[in-house]
Design a protein around this ligand. Structure first.
Ligand SMILES: Nc1ncnc2c1ncn2[C@@H]1O[C@H](COP(=O)(O)OP(=O)(O)OP(=O)(O)O)[C@@H](O)[C@H]1O
Length: 547
């Protein structure tokens, strides 16, 4: 470990202990060696004993920087793991991170634009509209069109800070793996690698701008999702300019209630949006924490979502999509054998897996879940448990599926917060069944045929020539096959004839010997010998030659 890595490691431990994070750990997660190590660092005392556990955790994440803030954001959506106090504290990490100096923001924006801000924008506001883990957002008006826009600029040195923390995490994770050995299912190095690829995607605002434009285009005519227009001509790696939206943060339930939002429709549209992005477009927003989702103020009875921050997007292969949809349907039909088969067919687990044992494990996991009423079942959780079960059968980690499963958990959490009676399955099932029938029904056949049209229209003019060539080839093949057959028949006939002559010659020779011993008259045995020898010579000559 380098000196700077060591320093950062010490700083991280110091901040965590000074905010008393060790106190919040349940005692079963504090083995004797942990407690011994803690006692060795006696000078690092909890400096904020008067604050609550959630607040201490949030402040520690804020002090440690972007990587930890993101971690806190992710945790904030896991209301299944956290109590309300913690979840609300951590939700503040979604967009209430202390801002950085506006002079630095201006300098960074102008460095990217290559011209002064005032030459392209009017009314640039030095006080940021919002400040988040990776970037800060300032309002302005686009000079050329007079449209209100926001300028999203990366925090100074955010890349270095993230890389340094990730390096440290990678080193700790690989040491942990060495200590625990290969047999353990907990693979910290894999988790960090997964997290790394996710967070690094957020550091390129040009890429985010491209993603946002693609998502916007996918939902141009949608009444469920709106994505703000991105001014691509002013987007760079560290700066993004887009239309300013004016929605209500999805977490602000009171304001949504006050305007009379149709929560049932909103929650159902959330689920529909998730499945449309995954199955129709194969391009889904994978950072759906509430700080990135707003609700329209117009027509509260017919509300739509406004999606921001397209830094992390997910895609699945066609095969994964198909198996995932089937998996959900099989789960709902309690067809555990099918689930086990699907994991094998898709290649998620090896084909040598014991299907029966796997099916039993899936059943043991799913049966207790079905004891609950349907509207209490979390499908993100079911998927997570299925992956855990499959890990016991050496499932290869599929980062794209993990991303999807996390997104599903977010969506479900959000949907249930908006409308607690949301029956996710009733909303999703018709969508999945329809999608599956489109994949395998006659419509799928015609769609595929239609998709292959350009290929066939290119090949069609060559078709008569190809048919003629093939017929000619076929006739030639038929001719040579007939020749071969005739040759084989002739060969067999010759063989039979030769065998017949040789056997008769052997019989004559044996008879000749018998008569010779009887010595009735020498003429008879000699005639047998003579005839036998002649037949043997003829028979031998008749034998077909080996080729
Ligand atoms: N187009 C916009 N119009 C209005 N407000 C916006 C817009 N884009 C971003 N914001 C505000 O800025 C906040 C932070 O933006 P964004 O989530 O894109 O930043 P980030 O640093 O990538 O955040 P995160 O911590 O989620 O990674 C949003 O929560 C929202 O309040």
């Amino acid at each position: 470990m380098s000196i700077s890595g060591f320093k950062r490691g010490y700083h991280t431990i110091k901040v965590m202990l000074q905010y008393g994070l060790d106190k919040s750990l349940p005692s079963k997660l504090k083995p004797w060696y942990f407690r011994a190590l803690r006692s060795c660092l006696f000078w690092l005392r909890n400096k904020h004993p008067q604050r609550s556990g959630g607040e201490r955790f949030r402040l520690a994440m804020l002090e440690l920087g972007p990587v930890y803030i993101k971690l806190g954001q992710m945790l904030s959506t896991r209301r299944d793991l956290l109590n309300d106090e913690w979840a609300e504290e951590l939700a503040e990490l979604q967009d209430r991170v202390p801002p950085f100096d506006s002079a630095l923001a201006r300098a960074a924006i102008e460095a990217e634009l290559g011209v002064p801000i005032d030459s392209l924008f009017d009314d640039f506001e030095d006080t940021p509209l919002a400040s988040a883990s990776i970037a800060q957002v300032h309002c302005a008006v686009l000079k050329s069109t007079g449209q209100p826009v926001v300028l999203k600029v990366l925090r100074p040195n955010v890349e270095q800070k993230i890389n340094q923390d990730l390096q440290l995490m990678e080193q700790v994770a690989s040491r942990l793996e060495k200590i625990m050995g290969n047999s353990h299912r907990f693979r910290p190095a894999e988790i960090i690698a997964d997290y790394k690829s996710t967070i690094l995607g957020e550091l390129d605002l040009k890429l985010e701008a491209i993603n946002a434009t693609k998502l916007r285009n996918n939902f141009t005519d949608s009444d469920a999702l709106y994505v703000p227009y991105v001014h691509m001509e002013h987007c760079y790696k560290r700066l993004m300019v887009m239309e300013r939206i004016n929605g209500i943060p999805v977490s602000n339930i009171e304001q949504l209630q006050a305007q009379g939002t149709n929560f049932k429709l909103l929650a159902e549209r959330g689920v529909e949006l998730f499945f449309t992005q995954v199955f129709r477009d194969n391009f889904f927003h994978a950072d759906m924490h509430p700080g990135n989702i707003f609700i329209s103020k117009e027509h509260p009875d017919n509300p739509f979502y406004i999606g921001l921050d397209c830094g992390i997007m997910g895609t699945l292969s066609e095969t994964d999509k198909r198996y995932l949809a089937e998996n959900f349907l099989a789960f709902f039909n309690r067809d555990y054998q099918r689930i086990a088969q699907l994991y094998i067919e898709s290649g998620w687990v090896s084909e040598n897996t014991d299907v029966v044992a796997f099916e039993q494990a899936v059943k043991a996991m799913c049966d207790p879940i079905f004891q609950k009423p349907l509207d209490e079942i979390s499908f993100g959780h079911v998927l997570l448990e299925l992956f855990r079960t499959a890990r016991k059968f050496e499932m290869v980690v599929q980062p794209q599926l993990i991303l999807l499963q996390k997104t599903l958990l977010y969506i479900e959490g959000l949907g249930r917060q908006l409308y607690p009676q949301l029956d996710l399955w009733q909303t999703a099932k018709p969508f999945l069944e329809q999608w599956m029938s489109e994949q395998i029904g006659p419509k799928a056949f015609f769609d595929k045929a239609k998709a292959n049209m350009p290929f066939w229209s290119e090949k069609l003019p060559e078709l008569p020539e190809l048919v003629y060539d093939n017929l000619k080839l076929g006739r030639k093949l038929l001719g040579s096959q007939q020749q071969l057959l005739q040759k084989y028949v002739r060969h067999q006939q010759q063989l039979h004839k030769s065998n017949y002559l040789l056997i008769t010659s052997a019989v004559l020779l044996i008879c000749g010997t018998l008569f010779y011993n009887q010595s009735v008259t020498p003429l008879l045995p000699h005639s047998f010998y003579g005839l036998g020898v002649i037949l043997w010579i003829v028979g031998w000559r008749q034998r077909p030659k080996k080729h």
